[in-house]
Design a protein around this ligand. Structure first.
Ligand code: NAP
Length: 444
């Protein structure tokens, strides 16, 4: 292992990397197939990722055509790490079993353990047949869209490929490990001014927020749009806020503490709603919503904006907020959703939707081009990582626990082969220029 890390820190060339001998096995964060019922009967918040996430020593998988083996320097915790670790809404082993049945190379993925993780920064070590663009030694980040692209249906927008999967969630050999397997079309150049752990954190959420808010496949935000952003300092929201500000829109940031409100202001957002102060109760009980509370939120937005309603609502909390989100969008506005953290059976009053010609748009991750554009903005210092805290691979359970309980801000990173935080920067000038913005979310 030492030789791999030495080659990376000493900037070896392609030959050095291609000739490196690899160990027989490596460390990875896994869940186990024989434990999928371990939390049966417990409420979601009582399901503890520290109990279900393991550090295992696993063998190297074979490298298939079109793939790359990467040395992972750092990875991150996403909310899908939480879903996987609590086996909700379903166990991810079902994804692996189904994928394993699709073709010969996919059989490798159907194992009694699942190596999870949908982000990585690191270095390419080996490439499979048919990979020409990337070579050993390339410093990369990996986005999490895995596609087969053999069907014509995926060729306008790769997210529409019938064999589209999220790497490290619906496939095995994910990024929370010392080594990982990715398809070559998941690779993007590592932003030079960032450390390994900073570079590992934007991938999944940044690309998702880009498609959801900016891309024509999502809400297609334009200058002057009022954008209501739920969880504006969370994984997705911390990027949505930056996109709204960069794109000349007017973010109205919703958060749940004065500290988070302050981070929004540091990002440059002026209109902030602290939901812990406002105390919205959109649901009177499990089955009944309170339209008066939707109205109270709408009035607050008008008060902050000087009378405007939200052109776009950036939705992901789901059941708890969706009725309010549909209500507060302006006539002709868009509610763009990519998730349902608080429950996926949404209820809203359809009269407000059809009579006011509003649209609900579904959005999921991002295609390769969108992920590339989102990463390019990071690499140019136009959008910044929102890293708050860094954990070791062994502490992944604790890291996932903190995200599960909303104790984090922005993103949390996990070091894999990087021996300490702070390594991997190759453009210190660009870093110096943006250091305040890079550190805005730091808690450690
Ligand atoms: P996160 O880092 O936990 O941030 C979400 C934020 O939303 C929280 O920090 C919280 O902020 C706010 N929030 C949570 N529950 C809420 C509620 N009931 N009402 C109002 N606000 C609430 O998570 P994330 O990375 O942004 O992901 C959010 C969701 O999107 C997850 O379900 C995740 O699985 C999903 N997701 C989907 C995709 C996709 O491609 N489809 C991609 C990324 C994430 P405050 O407490 O400050 O208000």
């Amino acid at each position: 292992m030492k030789n791999v890390v030495t080659a990376i820190t000493e900037h070896g060339n392609a030959q050095d990397f291609a000739g490196l001998s690899l160990p027989d096995s490596f460390k990875a964060v896994t869940i186990h197939k024989d434990e999928t019922e371990m939390f049966s009967g417990l409420a979601s918040k009582e399901k503890d990722p520290r109990k279900s996430l393991h550090i295992d020593t696993v063998p190297f998988p074979e490298l298939a055509p079109g793939e790359a083996l990467i040395a992972v320097m750092a990875s991150s915790i996403n909310y899908n790490t939480v879903w996987t670790s609590i086996f909700e809404p379903v166990s991810t082993f079902g994804f692996l079993e189904r994928y394993g049945k699709t073709h010969e190379d996919a059989k490798r993925h159907d194992l009694p353990y699942h190596i999870i993780g949908s982000d990585a920064s690191g270095v390419v070590l080996r490439v499979g047949p048919g990979v020409n663009t990337w070579k050993p030694g390339d410093r990369i980040v990996a986005h999490c869209l895995s596609v087969e692209l053999e069907s014509p249906l995926g060729h306008n927008d790769t997210m529409l490929d019938p064999e589209q999967r999220i790497w490290g969630f619906e496939t095995n050999f994910g990024g929370l490990a010392e080594f990982a397997i990715v398809k070559a079309n998941q690779l993007l150049p590592k932003p030079e001014h960032l450390t390994w752990e900073e570079a590992a954190t934007p991938g999944l959420v940044n690309s998702t927020a880009y498609r959801q808010l900016v891309s024509r496949n999502g809400a297609g935000m334009k200058q002057g749009d009022v954008v209501l952003i739920w969880g504006a300092t969370g994984g997705l929201g911390s990027y949505a806020t930056q996109y709204a500000l960069n794109g000349g829109a007017i973010p109205v940031c919703v958060v749940s503490s004065p500290e988070k409100a302050e981070i929004c202001r540091k990002m440059g957002a002026e209109l902030v709603i602290d939901r812990s102060v406002e105390g919205y109760k959109f649901w009177k009980d499990d089955a009944t919503q309170d339209p008066k509370e939707w109205k109270r939120l709408g009035n607050k937005i008008r008060e902050l904006t000087g009378g405007d309603d939200a052109d776009i609502v950036f939705e992901h909390p789901g059941r708890e907020t969706f009725g309010a989100s549909v209500y507060v969008a302006r006539k002709g506005g868009t509610i763009v959703t990519c998730a349902s953290t608080s429950g996926f059976m949404h209820e809203y009053d359809n009269r407000y939707l059809w009579m006011n010609l509003k649209s609900i748009v579904g959005s999921h991750f991002a295609n390769y081009r969108e992920a590339y554009e989102a990463n390019r903005l990071i690499a140019k210092g136009l959008v910044h990582p929102t890293l708050s805290k860094t954990f070791t691979l062994e502490e992944s359970g604790q890291a996932a626990y903190e995200v599960h309980h909303n104790l984090h801000q922005g993103k949390v990173a996990v070091l894999a082969l990087a021996e300490e935080p702070g390594l991997g920067v190759t453009n210190p000038e660009l870093r110096a220029k943006h250091i305040d913005a890079i550190n805005r979310f730091r808690q450690d």
